[in-house]
Design a protein around this ligand. Structure first.
Ligand code: NAP
Length: 473
């Protein structure tokens, strides 16, 4: 596919192969953008601010709703693209494509709810005969940088609110999964978005990133990805807004009165969705000693029933990791944990990019797989006696995106809600539950700011105060 630069679909002599991680087959190629392309994109985006901001609210809404309709009408095509270029099975990919329709629809709706407020200027001496309000205005050029694991919906989570807010956008999708993003870009143009308002630049973040991120014409960098790249971007961005949606290492606490069958069932799904490459995937589960054995047996049995393999096969539950190198990293982390005393209850083996769904217990504090984000299909089980100890262990990592607790006793539920440090606490659901309209984001190393369309829209616009001094009043 070509990339969209300054209103034109262009290719370049140097291209990047997009391969299916299951069998390395070539799906397509995309241009490898150059530094000159970055300069062209920045100039075009800066010039397009006026086009973007002059779109009426009605026009922005219509473009977003039409784009949502195009994705809905072609949902199977979008799902197959997600499933082929990424790690998701076709079933998982269909869910992502469906959620993308929601994200774009919500963006269209929220465009109409972008309100200001009146300001009571006369509420202090000195404000007499003044009236005013604030309204929200676009911030200008937004740079959107997206990861591989939700290659369509996380792009929609940036483009939807950016366009709803009247901004021009440069999108830099993950290099391993650019096709879903390019198809969504096509859908926006088909829906009537002025061609210069959105650009999609394909190429390596490590090569193009600094020039894009540090440019003063960019007024916001909206980044979703790993902690390391996030930290780097933060140091390069300079004086501009940054939105950081980073990784996590999500904990679950299961109290002794919980519905154990449900907790095991939903946490297996939460751990192995997208082969564990999910920023809110379940990584650590703390289970009360009285119900530990039952939970473990149910969890392991369900994990063993998973079918792994070809993502396009309707019967497959879990596909490969995004690259063989990533699968090797997870294999190393498992081996390190075992060396330090962990036990593999099931899984643990790797073939190419496929890592078996893996359940570990007795993982010691200090093992990498305990403290860092694994972003792979492994989960650690721990026993606990005291709820405060479990909450402290759950909070012991430098992440805090989602956390979950399972219990029936309402007081225990409240102790979990109040004790678990995270952007969201899910009660009686796995950590990977998310609604596209809720505020979404984390604390500590999990990021800065919130997405979820309405909340991104606030970040992607700014208040402009209008004050009238009317001496005749
Ligand atoms: P990544 O390696 O950090 O890459 C994310 C994006 O950043 C890619 O487009 C990448 O481009 C680009 N990039 C890398 N280095 C850059 C630089 N120096 N300057 C500018 N851009 C740069 O992350 P990933 O492996 O794609 O995704 C996995 C991570 O994303 C996990 O940590 C996961 O938890 C996190 N994530 C967070 C959320 C959330 O909402 N909180 C959601 C999904 C994923 P290239 O592809 O060219 O390297």
């Amino acid at each position: 596919m070509k990339m969209l630069l300054a209103g034109e679909w262009v290719d370049r002599d140097e291209t990047i192969d997009v391969r299916d991680p299951f069998d390395s087959s070539l799906i397509d190629t995309v241009p490898s953008a150059t530094h000159e392309d970055v300069e062209t994109a920045l100039g075009a985006a800066f010039a397009a601010r006026e086009t973007a901001r002059s779109m009426t609210t009605y026009d922005r809404c219509q473009v977003l709703l039409k784009t949502a309709a195009i994705v809905r009408d072609n949902v199977e095509d979008f799902a197959r693209t997600i499933a082929r270029e990424g790690s998701k099975t076709i079933t998982e990919a269909r869910k992502e494509a469906g959620r993308t329709v929601n994200t774009l629809t919500i963006s269209g709706e929220e465009a109409k709810r972008l309100n200001g407020e009146t300001i009571p200027f006369d509420s202090f001496p000195g404000g007499e005969q003044r009236r005013g309000h604030y309204q929200r205005v676009p911030i200008g050029v937004i740079l959107a940088i997206t990861p591989f694991n939700d290659p369509l919906n996380l792009v929609a989570h940036k483009l939807g609110p950016a366009i709803a807010g009247g901004n021009s956008v440069i999108l830099k999708p993950a290099t391993v999964t650019p096709l879903s993003a390019l198809k969504l870009t096509e859908a926006f143009l088909e829906a009537g978005l002025p061609r210069d308002v959105l650009q999609c630049l394909t190429g390596y973040g490590a090569v193009l990133g600094d020039a894009l991120v540090s440019d003063e014409r960019v007024r916001m960098v909206s980044f979703t990805g790993g902690l390391e790249a996030g930290k780097h971007i933060t140091t390069k961005a300079g004086l501009k807004k940054i939105g950081m949606e980073l990784g996590s290492n999500s904990p679950v606490v299961v109290w002794k009165d919980a519905d154990i069958e449900w907790a095991a069932e939903t946490c297996v799904s939460g751990a192995f969705w997208a082969a564990g490459q999910n920023c809110i995937g379940v990584q650590r589960i703390y289970v009360h000693r009285e119900v530990y054995d039952r939970f473990r047996d149910l969890f392991v049995a369900r994990t063993r029933s998973y079918r792994i393999g070809d993502k396009l096969d309707e019967a497959t539950d879990m596909g490969p990791m995004i690259t063989e190198a990533e699968a090797e990293r997870v294999e190393r982390w498992i081996a390190e944990a075992v060396e330090k005393g962990a036990t593999v209850l099931t899984g643990g083996a790797r073939t190419g990019a496929l890592v078996e769904p893996t359940v570990l217990e007795n993982v010691p504090r200090g093992a990498t797989i305990d403290s860092e984000e694994v972003f792979g299909p492994t989960v650690n089980l721990y026993r606990f006696d005291d709820l405060d100890d479990a909450i402290a262990a759950a909070n012991s990592v430098n992440y805090g995106l989602h956390a979950a607790g399972f219990a029936r006793d309402v007081e225990i539920c409240f102790r979990l809600v109040e004790g678990l440090d995270a952007g969201s606490v899910l009660i009686n659901d796995s950590t990977d539950y998310r609604l596209d309209s809720m505020p979404f984001g984390g604390i500590k190393g999990s990021g800065l700011g919130r997405e979820g369309v309405k909340f991104s829209l606030q970040e992607m616009t700014e208040p402009k105060v209008v004050c009238w001094y009317l001496p005749g009043l």
